[in-house]
Design a protein around this ligand. Sequence first.
Ligand SMILES: Nc1ccn([C@@H]2O[C@H](COP(=O)(O)OP(=O)(O)OP(=O)(O)O)[C@@H](O)[C@H]2O)c(=O)n1
Ligand SMILES: C[C@](O)(CO)[C@H](O)COP(=O)(O)O
Length: 230
Amino acid sequence: MMAQLNGIGDVAVLVPAAGSGVRLGPGAPKALRLLGGEPLLVHAVRRVAAAPSVRVIVVAAPAAEVEAVRELLAAVAPVIVVAGGAERQDSVAAALAVVPADVAIVLVHDAARALTPPELVESVAAAVRGGHPAVIPALPVVDTIKEVGTGETVLGTVDRSVLRSVQTPQGFRHDVLAAAHRACLDAHTDDAGMVEKAGVPVVCVPGSELALKITRPLDLIIAEALLHVP
Ligand SMILES: Nc1ccn([C@@H]2O[C@H](COP(=O)(O)OP(=O)(O)OP(=O)(O)O)[C@@H](O)[C@H]2O)c(=O)n1
Ligand SMILES: C[C@](O)(CO)[C@H](O)COP(=O)(O)O
């Protein structure tokens, strides 16, 4: 029996959670690091499960932790847990492989963005449901961006008005994401990159500062403070 959250939902959410968290420093795999006494993955899955459109959640866990993650999440939400891969996109591909064919919309959402509000899941899903084959949440760039060359020499200043800082959940028509992963021959840091390469238009929707990707130690301290933001 497929672990279904909501029989009428039309969205599957893939949660890549198999990374090691090198930039966070030594310790457990990042998705299992604690925030407010609970693993990041629990925070992420709880918020995804609160989005009414979500029918299926597939978590890609570190291969050695699949059973432990199944037990951990049993009390949080009905999820499918698969073994992730060496790279993020391998983990996404492993999760994508078990999504039922009749699910129309697939979102890919980093476990590391543990405090992402369910409202952002819903707004990305709604934009795909409204006709966009690929949708990504994004924020304006707030720092000045420079291009640098050898020895960190500044080559010039980039026009930040045409740049966006991209987050997850990234949303796709199921067939579009599946085709992009099948066709992909190179490395991409996000799923939208594969879809762009396939020539499919990708649009941005407003992101959320709560969708911070917990990457470095200070991010965990910031996230502890954000836990108390309503
Ligand atoms: N082989 C991998 C690598 C990353 N991820 C997931 O992809 C998301 C974004 O990756 P990132 O923030 O880079 O996590 P890590 O790869 O764990 O971090 P680092 O690069 O510091 O090791 C995370 O939820 C991470 O668990 C994954 O599922 N499988
Ligand atoms: C997918 C992503 O979160 C979009 O900003 C980002 O590309 C992940 O990068 P990472 O190096 O795997 O954290």
